[in-house]
Ligand binder design. Sequence first.
Ligand SMILES: [Zn+2]
Length: 265
Amino acid sequence: MQPLLKAPSSLPSWPKRPRRWLQYCAITLVIALLITIWEPYLWSNRYRVAWIFGEAIYKVQTSEKVVALTFDDGPDPRYTQQISQLLADAGARSTFFVIGRHAEQYPDLIDTLIQQGHELGNHTWSHPSLRLMLPGVMRAELESTDRLLHSYGYESPIPFRSPYGHSWFVLPQILKLRRQPNILWTVQLNDWKPEKPSIMMDLLETKFDNGAIILLHDGDGESEGADRANTVEVVKLILEKYIPQGYQFVTVSELLHRGKPLHFQ
Ligand SMILES: [Zn+2]
């Protein structure tokens, strides 16, 4: 008996081999996904995967008793001047990695930092994570902040520190073109939590060393109004404890000249 329906002589079929560009896209997507999932692990081993995270300096090798205190996320009218005055009174110079939009809001604070001999650093215009961002937007974050600081009459080279320390494929290429490293840190004191000053001092003790770069915060990168009173307190304690021991607190650029920069790569 004849079947009622005849199978068509040629059924449409998937191409035997998907197009090559589709294969590349799929592989790239899988690699990006895996890297994103493993980011916390990769970050803790960043000195082994410099091709992802780029060149970053976390300390300087030196036999001299020099240390850099650095302050991120300002300027903030409640804390920046208190901190900079404490430092100036103690003969210390620090690097303030400012956020461009805050610097635009408080030109007088920037002027005070310059007058007191502190160094200005670039911490981007709006404090985004620089991991997933179009290169043009990323460049604008850096360049607009540099331009603003220069417009205030600041003529020295401006070191850069990425928000959250994030650096991811594109930023390392941009920094390479700008011929500058990402300045990270030897120890951060959890002052952003904010942590108690006595606990911060205990934490610092374990990492305090010649050539250390210490991360503190005089402002807030995410929301306005974070409490940095404990940061002011801990700055007093640090100066009181270590200056009598013969330590000198200098800017990041000065520190880099006083020894051999230690890189993550
Ligand atoms: Zn920050």
